[in-house]
Design a protein around this ligand. Sequence first.
Ligand code: GLA
Length: 572
Amino acid sequence: MTTTRTVPARRRRPLTRALAALPLLLAAVTAATPAVAASPPATAAAVPVTPVLTPPMGWNSWNKFGCNINEALIRETADALVANGLDRAGYQYVNLDDCWLATTRDTNGDLQGDPVRFPSGIKALADYVHAKGLKIGIYESAGTATCMGAYPGSLDHEAADARQFAGWGIDLLKYDNCNSGNRPYLDRFKAMGDALKATGRPIVYMLCSWGKDAPWSTYGPASGGTSWRTTEDIGNFWSNGSQSTPMGVVDILDAQAGLEPYSGPNAWNDMDMLEVGNGGLTDTESRAHFSLWSLLNSPLVLGNDLRTLDPATKAILTNPEVLAVDQDWGGSQGRRIRDLGGGLQVWAKPMSDGSVTAVLFNRSAATATITTSAAELGLGGSDTYTLRDLWAGTDSTSTGAVSASVPSHGVVMYRIHRAGTTAAARPAGTYQVSDLTWLASGNGWGPVERDRSNGEQAAGDGRTLKIGSTTYAKGLGTHADSAVHLWLGGTCSQFSADVGIDSEVHANHGSVRFAVYGDGRLLGYSALKTYGPATRLTVATGGALTLELRVTDDRDGNAYDHADWANAQLTC
Ligand code: GLA
């Protein structure tokens, strides 16, 4: 049997953008993931400055107003937020962004508000916001100056500035990354985290270091932060295909792949403030933006002018069933379940009540039908399902198909519950996954193969499974991105497999991550796997009704990603 071959030239996804970001991202993921993780790393060992159990919701001045802010605007915004019932929908924080500061510190070396824009002072503004039943957030930078350059930063003034914030009654700090003097991230961000803790005031600590140096797995939690921006700044547009400031909504979404293990209570991946209502997106695009930010548990920080809120925008921002998705921690951030090609995608997130929320997302230029299944969404094993359309407010039932006509740049968002008779639990025994009937499967090229590697085309076209120099009689041959969905019924205790890139691809090709989900929640995952020996992955599956064996391409495109689950066994 030939053990090395060139994978035939074929259609590939555009890689330029992903590759540009690759060295940083791969380094981050490699360093962050142990060989085998029994459980996701979302629960940070470090103590948060202030516990934040659901993604923060509020408003921030930057997207709409930039530097053009003053105390009247902030007061009027607080008024409008309450008058429109946005506070009752969950939006709590009114946040000043850059340009609130005077250009110099006072004679004591303390920060002071701009005397022209904020003549009554920041304390008075905080009192006003608090009197409305709201909370107030402020902005600073972990550097010598803020991003606008003219205003003093907090670097080396952390203790005094944190005391100043606490004294004014500040409830949240967005801490930016400009003018850092190239000093280490952890030093700068932890200094402020420690200073905030020392004040004793519960100030929510949001890091804004644009995803640099993987804050999610390193200095974010270690600094006491409870959220971290994952990308450069959002812009008021759909997409320009770039990963530099400003980024379109879709471009930010594409940068979230692989970050889901780091999300959870006290650890939110911040996709940046919303552009809904700022005129650069259609209402259809705005619903997509809002749906996906919610599905990925991003902080929801409004970025529009609340004083002129139109009914359509208000309806989007206050949809209670969509907000409930953002605010629910079901054990995993949402993630892309399937890329059907042609800009059609399926995203899903498990909900804490056992349901699943699905977003059918049409990035293409024309209306299209997007079809998935309850099984693919991690919800198989029932003979009937109820589907709640969260934007239309309508209900329907299905025996398993989940399908909708979706407008260009739009979404259909369903919350799906099992509603029928559930399949029998799997009897006790040890099973080879390649011998079982699967609920569903999906694969990057051709079908997932049983006891063969992935030949990329027709079923059965692969070779003997081989990882490193070991061959295997049993197992699954897949090609990223891939998924195999199994019914357990709650009676299986363990899944194990030798995972790795099949030796049929060239050395130095292929880079994937293997992940095992139970009822949509991440149970365990491998380190980044490249060409070479297998890693034994053993995962406790106790209580799960369904299991998903997933291979993702590790953020560099899926060329050569022939990925094997060798000797994949289930113990029930
Ligand atoms: C950076 C941040 C933005 C905003 C500006 C203000 O670019 O990422 O969100 O705060 O600074 O200057």
